[in-house]
Design a protein around this ligand. Structure first.
Ligand code: AMP
Length: 311
C-alpha cells in the first residue's frame, strides 16, 4: 500500500530560545513524509524552485520517499516560511510567508499518486487540497491538516474541503478558531457534522486527543528534557498517525487501531522537536521509534485497584 501527500515543500528560517537556522529544509509535506516513511511507501506532491537541490532531494530519497511528483518550476523559488518561538514553545509567531512557486501551482497527480490507498492533505491552501482530493482516485482513508492563516483567509473553502475527508487534524486552538466553539468536545462534534468521522486535536507539549464514532482517546506528549525546535511537530505527528493507518487494511481502521496510531504520531513528534527542522527524524531508526512507543505505553498505563470509596 502507499500514501500520497500534498503540502508545502519549504525552506524555513526558524529562531527559538535555543538557537536558529536561516535556511533549512522544511514544509508540511516534508515533515509528514519523513515520519510516514517508517510505515509505508510515500509519494510527495508539490512544487519546488531552482533553489531546491540534490541535498534536499537526498533527505527524502534517502528514506525511500518517491519524489517523481515533486514539480520543479524553472526560474521559481521554493516556498519560504520564517517563524520565531519564545519560551512558551506552544506559541509561535510567523514573521514571513512567501508562497513563491505555490502561488501558481496546479497539482497534477501521476497515476501512482492517484492509485494510493491513503491521502494526506497537509497544510496548504484549501483550494489546492480540494483539487488534489478531486484528482485522487483512492477509496481509503483521507486526512487533512490546516492552520490559522487559512482559517482566517479561506474559512469557507476550508470547511468545504473538510467535508470531503475522513479525519481532521488541527491544533486545539485552531479547532476552536475554525468552529468558533470554545469547548473541544463540542468543536469536534461540529466538525463531525461537516463530514469527518475522526477528529484529532494536537495540543503541543500537552499531547493529543482524538474523537471517533466510538468515543474519546487522549495521550500526553512524550516527556522530554530537551526541546529545541517545535517546527514540524504537528506534521511529524500526522506522518506517524497516518502512516500507521496506511500500513493496515481499511477494515481494521477502527478506534483501537487509531489509538495506536496516536502513539506512533506522538513518538515521532517527540523526536522531531529534539533538534532543528528535520535533523533528528532524518536519521531516526526504527528501533529508536519502537523503543519510544514502548516507553510511552509504559508511562500511560495504570492498573485498576478497587478501593472502597468513603461516600
Ligand atoms: P507545524 O510546525 O507542524 O505546524 O508545521 C511547520 C511547517 O509548516 C514548516 O516547515 C513550514 O514550512 C510550514 N508552513 C508554515 N506556514 C505554512 C503555510 N501557510 N502553508 C503551508 N505550510 C506552511
Amino acid at each position: 500500500m502507499s500514501v500520497t501527500v500534498v503540502g508545502s515543500i519549504a525552506f524555513d528560517a526558524v529562531k527559538t530560545p535555543f538557537g536558529e537556522r536561516e535556511k533549512m529544509l522544511g514544509g508540511s509535506a516534508v515533515h509528514f513524509s519523513l515520519a510516514a516513511s517508517f510505515f509505508d511507501d510515500v509519494l510527495v506532491v508539490g512544487p519546488v524552485g531552482d533553489d531546491f537541490g540534490p541535498d534536499e532531494y537526498e533527505v527524502l530519497e534517502g528514506r525511500g520517499i518517491e519524489t517523481a511528483d515533486i514539480e520543479r518550476v524553472p526560474g521559481g523559488r521554493t516556498f519560504f516560511w520564517k517563524g520565531e518561538y519564545g519560551w512558551d514553545l506552544n506559541d509561535r509567531e510567523t514573521l514571513d510567508t512567501q508562497l513563491n512557486v505555490f502561488a501558481d501551482f496546479e497539482p497534477k497527480l501521476s497515476a501512482a499518486s492517484r492509485a494510493s490507498d491513503v491521502l494526506f492533505l497537509a497544510n496548504i491552501q484549501p483550494d489546492l487540497q480540494r483539487e488534489v482530493r478531486a484528482q485522487w482516485g483512492g477509496t481509503g482513508f483521507v486526512a487533512l491538516d490546516s492552520m490559522n492563516l487559512w482559517i482566517e483567509t479561506a474559512r469557507d473553502s476550508l470547511i468545504e474541503t473538510i467535508g470531503g475527508v475522513d479525519c481532521l487534524m488541527l491544533n486545539d486552538a485552531e479547532l476552536r478558531q475554525l468552529t468558533r466553539e470554545p469547548n473541544l468536545v463540542l468543536a469536534a462534534r461540529q466538525v463531525r457534522e461537516w463530514g469527518p468521522s475522526v477528529v484529532v486535536a494536537k495540543r503541543g507539549e500537552y499531547g493529543a486527543a482524538m474523537i471517533t464514532d466510538e468515543g474519546f482517546f487522549g495521550l500526553p506528549a512524550f516527556p522530554l528534557e530537551t526541546v529545541v525546535d517545535p517546527t514540524g511537530a504537528g506534521d511529524s505527528f500526522a506522518g506517524g498517525f497516518v502512516g500507521y493507518v496506511a500500513a493496515h487494511p481499511n477494515d481494521e481502521r477502527d478506534h483501537a487501531l487509531l489509538s495506536r496510531a496516536m502513539a506512533y504520531g506522538t513518538a515521532l513528534a517527540s523526536y522531531n522537536v529534539e533538534e532543528f527542522g528535520v535533523e533528528r527524524v532524518a536519521r531516526l531508526t526504527s528501533d529508536e521509534l519502537a523503543d519510544r512507543v514502548a516507553e510511552l505505553q509504559r508511562i500511560t498505563r495504570f492498573d485498576e485497584q478497587p478501593i472502597v470509596l468513603r461516600h
